[in-house]
Design a protein around this ligand. Structure first.
Ligand SMILES: C[S@@+](CC[C@H](N)C(=O)[O-])C[C@H]1O[C@@H](n2cnc3c(N)ncnc32)[C@H](O)[C@@H]1O
Length: 318
């Protein structure tokens, strides 16, 4: 049942033409690909004439494979989280950039390798760490209490049966393999073979988002991009589910002056009348043609906007 990655399908980039269109790359531009993955976006950025692409990925395997996947002297690969991009670029003496793309989520290379533990369809160790560092999914599930597991399933998986699944996991501990976890979830919610969607999907998504702090990363990545785009520079973000899309939508609405940003909990340290983004584009979904060719693109959504010359909002500086 295991896959070692030897016969993996390559990662098919999602909404790549739309992303390249939104970035409006000019010859010689410096472009950041915040989520290098298998280099699909990077390749397209280089073909569009970018003078330099800086590719970030937090996954050491993606960075290791990257040079061979995209052998181009204009590419610099950096193993780092995109939330750190402004600090890392400044340390390397790279000034404000012309455009930035983020393609949130996991790559096919991660999903298809059973030993990474991301897939409920392949049996492997319960790992799910993109950076290969920190707590594994097994360590989390075997140590957390029932209420904490239920909270993660509810908050990051929008799982209506979170409590029942959390109880079943705690009863079955220790849980070490992806197939074990998938079976526990299916038993807890009464899954029948052939049912449209596997209930394990939501549980796996939730644990992955929690372990990798993906929503925090996204929020911080958007703020880092705001700090490191030149005036007139473009930001394009592709997400794969509503939790992420909501964050991007809210960010662009807030930063383009759509609603006041201050609150009792987050004091206003900036002038809310100075939008940092403009020309926020309507969200873009894959065409029927892309959906037919790549069903994985089903829930993808692209949002993009253009950086103004206003200073970045100080409240987001850490
Ligand atoms: C959907 S894939 C990107 C695929 C890429 N656009 C392509 O065309 O090949 C997402 C990639 O982003 C990486 N990633 C996820 N969160 C990250 C973060 N916070 N910082 C850096 N890389 C991240 C993952 O490790 C994964 O390789």
């Amino acid at each position: 049942m295991t896959s070692t990655g030897a016969k993996q399908a390559p990662h098919v980039p999602v909404l790549v033409n739309e992303v390249i269109g939104a970035l409006a790359i000019h010859a010689g531009d410096t472009v950041v690909d915040g989520t290098f993955g298998a280099g699909g976006y990077t390749r397209a950025m280089l073909s569009a004439g970018a003078g330099r692409v800086i590719g970030f990925d937090r996954d050491p395997d993606a960075i290791k494979a990257g040079k061979a996947l995209v052998p181009d002297p204009r590419l610099t690969l950096i193993e780092e989280r995109f939330s750190q991009m402004d600090r890392v670029l400044a340390e390397r003496g790279i000034g404000l950039v012309d455009s930035i793309a983020l393609d949130i989520g996991v790559s096919s290379m991660q999903i298809d390798r059973s030993e990474r533990g991301f897939s409920f369809q392949l049996d492997g160790p319960l790992d799910m760490r993109m950076s290969k560092a920190g707590l594994t999914a097994a360590e989390f599930l075997n140590a957390a209490d029932e209420a904490e597991i239920a909270r993660v399933l509810r908050d990051y998986g929008e799982e209506p049966r979170a409590r029942a699944i959390a109880r079943a996991i705690v009863r079955a501990r220790p849980v070490e393999r992806t197939a074990e976890l998938a079976a526990i979830v299916r038993r807890a919610v009464g899954y029948r073979q052939g049912q449209k969607s596997d209930p394990a999907t939501r549980t796996f998504q939730a644990i992955r988002i929690h372990l990798n702090a993906e929503l925090d990363e996204l929020e911080q990545g958007l703020a880092a991009a705001e700090r490191y785009l030149r005036p007139g520079g473009r930001l394009a973000v592709v997400t794969f589910h509503s939790l992420e899309d909501r964050i991007v939508k809210r960010f662009f609405r807030e930063r383009s002056g759509g609603s006041p940003a201050g609150s009792r909990h987050r004091p206003e340290l900036h002038d809310p009348t100075e939008p940092t983004f403009e020309r926020v584009a309507k969200p873009v979904s894959p065409t029927e043609r892309e959906l037919a060719a790549n069903p994985r693109s089903r829930s993808a959504r692209l949002r993009s906007a253009v950086r103004t010359s206003a200073p970045s909002w100080k409240e987001t500086l850490q």
